[in-house]
Design a protein around this ligand. Structure first.
Ligand SMILES: C[S@@+](CC[C@H](N)C(=O)[O-])C[C@H]1O[C@@H](n2cnc3c(N)ncnc32)[C@H](O)[C@@H]1O
Length: 248
């Protein structure tokens, strides 16, 4: 059922995030320029979250944006932010499961999935799912983690993830026939902003909601993520926006 898909932890932990990934407004604006967005552009955004990237780029370029987001909490924030920004005519946010959505073939200039390739079961399936929605000459854009350094320590909680190296990530695009034409990688500052906003939001929420039935589960997840970030993730895990070009 829609709404049961993401753990409540994320709704609590991301109440302060403008952008729900380790990136920045400057890097997203660079993405917009690399994509050549303009007033006639149409962009599909799978897992549009609280609408940060959509609103930033639609405001900058005047493009039309179609976001699909499964969390009712995040979707509601995105809709409200679009109204506040006066962008409802350009930006549409739909509540739903991205994996179940269908699109008119070749109807978008770019299809974007930032930080949510799990929606399709991984990067390769994400590229293959999004490419048909994009016109020839358009772009498939995925924000994805990659390993900066291998091997991984035995106690890294991220060991179970199917991420690969920077080169391996580019190879996945190429195996689907899309050369990667831009990589916009996260800095330590981007990671620290993204991760520590979780810490601030969760600590404030726990202080305000000590009796909430989910409080202990949220605290436990928060502590586990924080420890893993400090011990391993900050050093070993990269994240970048990869832009694949659909030549034809
Ligand atoms: C890391 S956040 C990224 C949000 C947004 N792309 C951004 O960059 O700010 C991942 C998002 O994926 C959404 N999500 C998870 N499963 C989904 C699904 N099946 N369909 C659509 N969105 C989904 C989550 O609710 C969350 O908003």
């Amino acid at each position: 059922m829609i709404g049961s898909v993401i753990p409540r932890y994320f709704v609590v932990a991301e109440t302060m995030h403008e952008l729900q990934n380790p990136t920045s407004a400057e890097k997203l604006l660079l993405l917009g320029r690399r994509l050549g967005l303009g007033r006639d552009s149409r962009v599909l955004d799978i897992a549009s979250g609280r609408g940060g990237p959509a609103l930033l780029l639609a405001r900058e370029h005047g493009c039309a944006w179609h976001g699909i987001e499964v969390s009712p909490d995040f979707h509601a924030v995105a809709v409200e932010r679009a109204a506040e920004a006066g962008l409802e005519d350009r930006v549409k946010f739909e509540l739903g499961d991205g994996a179940a959505a269908t699109f008119e073939p070749e109807s978008y200039d770019a299809a974007v999935c930032l930080g949510a390739s799990f929606v399709y079961g991984g990067l390769a399936d994400t590229v293959d799912a999004l490419a048909p929605a994009v016109r020839p000459g358009g772009h498939v854009v995925v924000g994805e983690p990659y390993w900066r350094r291998l091997p991984l320590p035995d106690d890294d909680d991220n060991r179970k993830e199917a991420w690969t190296t920077l080169e391996g990530t580019v190879v996945v695009f190429e195996a689907s026939g899309l050369p990667v034409v831009s990589v916009i990688a996260s800095s330590d500052d981007d990671w620290d902003r993204y991760e520590t906003l979780h810490w601030q939001a969760v600590e404030q929420w726990l202080a305000a909601n000590p009796g909430d039935p989910d409080a202990e589960a949220i605290r436990s997840r928060h502590e586990q993520y924080k420890r893993n970030y400090l011990r391993h993730q900050r050093e070993r895990l990269g994240w970048a926006i990869f832009v694949g070009w659909k030549r034809s």
